[in-house]
Ligand binder design. Sequence first.
Ligand SMILES: Cc1cc2nc3c(=O)[nH]c(=O)nc-3n(C[C@H](O)[C@H](O)[C@H](O)COP(=O)(O)O)c2cc1C
Length: 155
Amino acid sequence: MKKFNNKLFRQTLSKFATGVTVVAINSNEKIIGKTVNSFSALSLKPPLVLFCLDKKTSDLKEFIKNNYLSINILSNKQSEISKNFAKKDSKWKNIPFKLSKLNSPIIDKSLANLECQIVKSLKEGDHIIVICKVVNLYLNDKLKPLLYFNSNYIK
Ligand SMILES: Cc1cc2nc3c(=O)[nH]c(=O)nc-3n(C[C@H](O)[C@H](O)[C@H](O)COP(=O)(O)O)c2cc1C
């Protein structure tokens, strides 16, 4: 067994294959999106999900004080969208999306879009755990997921 250290911890976590989402808000007409793979189901009744945000991420306060957000689960055709929203000051210019009735950015052709209400955010370690209630969703059942494993996309 290798000796525990930060590098080994990161490397080990990267071996856990995940899907990829873009979490997004429209706050005072500023649309913000971030690529996030820390998404997880939390509860079926009530319908709760969670994701984690780095405390150092830009617009953190705006993000967690916003009432509603969208979680766009990306398909295997959307790796460029994932790369776009992993950048600092990511742009919406070439991203096909619409705003929902709840004012959440819904990215077209995603595998699924969840419209959520933030119910709680908890500080822990260097991240904030954001717990959300799903209030609406769109599922595109025919699409396949974008997967992330070992710091690479698997299409
Ligand atoms: C596949 C992938 C998954 C990511 N998952 C998370 C995550 O769960 N939480 C997070 O805070 N940042 C995550 N990031 C990093 C953010 O996408 C990135 O830091 C952010 O969008 C860039 O803007 P910032 O300067 O505001 O941090 C991820 C990046 C990639 C490429």
